[in-house]
Design a protein around this ligand. Structure first.
Ligand code: NAP
Length: 315
């Protein structure tokens, strides 16, 4: 007889691993499908200085500590990708390679990946001047010239954050109109140390060990803009492939539904459209996107799963 788990957690970033700490400690039979590249976006960062409790820690080291804590609690972790989830009937079935895992509840915490430009130099210089998170990395660019790439709210937000420490911010957008909300555009326009470059593409990121500049192009003309940092803010790609039956919003994020009891009291915060399937972290969160908020969502999803299983009489 195959084991039926109480909860399968898909994803092993801060959201998934925090959820696992909670569900295991609730006594729920828990398994984490971590993915072959486990750990999420923090595995790609260097210094993390905004996770409470750690004045400074490397992203991969923080994730390793989270994983050690989860393994120390006896949670099963599979370092494989899942290929399919059948959301049409309970127990839910998750397929990983040639194995099928059954569970009464699921937490979707597969995260999102930064959308990168894909230009030469970008990958090599990540963590060495090329970043996708101003709140995380602004500190390293105090007093230095930087650029932000993108035309949506994320780019405006990145520009606002970095402009607090950099005297010279250039926001580079490929079109002549921003996608961002007018309020955000107005705010950034009013900052004296930010200027906009429209109709401009980044062709290459320059530098050997660290970023020294950007090769730009407009109307077939190319020039070098010397920069110490560049923040790429052209959106995220939520990892939702292989999710069938789950509702996504227009940007491709998992739709989260709050539900309330008749008394108006909040019952569930992390529900999806499928009963028993909950979501946590960047796969549903286009707004906060921080390690600490992902961890908090993981905790909420675990509490919701426990409540759900108890209400269903499974516990
Ligand atoms: P977004 O709205 O999809 O904007 C992405 C921007 O990047 C667009 O301007 C797009 O250009 C540009 N872009 C995409 N691919 C590019 C490429 N290969 N090269 C150059 N430019 C490229 O993404 P977002 O700004 O991350 O926002 C996502 C969602 O989160 C939105 O709903 C947004 O309102 C929300 N959000 C809200 C806040 C807030 O309220 N404080 C903050 C952040 C995000 P085009 O315009 O030419 O397509």
């Amino acid at each position: 007889m195959e084991t039926i788990y109480d909860v399968i957690i898909l994803g092993s970033g801060p959201a998934g691993l925090t959820a696992a700490i909670y569900t295991q400690r609730f006594g729920l039979k828990t398994i984490v499908v971590a993915g072959r590249a486990w750990g999420g976006q923090l595995m790609l960062t260097t210094d993390v200085e905004n996770y409470p409790g750690f004045a400074k820690i490397q992203g991969p080291e923080l994730m390793k500590r989270m994983r050690d804590q989860v393994e120390g609690l006896g949670v099963e972790i599979l370092d494989v990708d899942f290929s399919k989830i059948d959301t049409t009937k309970q127990p839910y079935m998750v397929t990983t390679g040639d194995k099928t895992i059954e569970s009464k509840a699921v937490i979707m915490a597969t995260g999102a990946d930064t959308r990168w430009l894909g230009v030469p130099g970008e990958e090599k210089l990540r963590g060495h001047g090329v970043s996708s998170c101003a709140p995380c990395d602004a500190f390293f660019f105090r007093g230095k010239p930087v650029a932000v790439v993108g035309g949506g709210d994320s780019a405006m937000e990145e520009a606002q954050v970095i402009a607090k420490v950099s005297p010279d911010v250039v926001l580079i957008h490929r079109r002549d109109k921003f996608r961002a909300s007018q309020a955000m555009i107005d705010k950034v326009s009013s900052m004296k140390n930010v200027r906009f470059l429209y109709n401009t593409q980044v062709v290459e990121m320059l530098g050997e060990d660290k970023l020294t500049g950007l090769l730009l192009e407009r109307d077939s003309k190319r020039w070098v803009l010397p920069r110490d940092g560049v923040f790429v803010a052209i959106g995220l790609n939520p990892n939702t492939k292989n999710f069938t039956g789950l509702e996504l919003d227009t940007h491709g994020y998992v739709k989260r539904y709050e539900s309330r009891a008749e008394t108006g009291v909040l019952e569930y915060f992390t529900k999806t459209n499928v009963p028993g399937i909950f979501t946590a972290g960047d796969v549903h969160d286009a707004r906060y996107k921080q390690a600490v908020t992902a961890a908090a969502f993981g905790c909420m999803a675990a509490l919701d799963v426990q409540r759900y299983l108890a209400m269903k009489g499974y516990l």
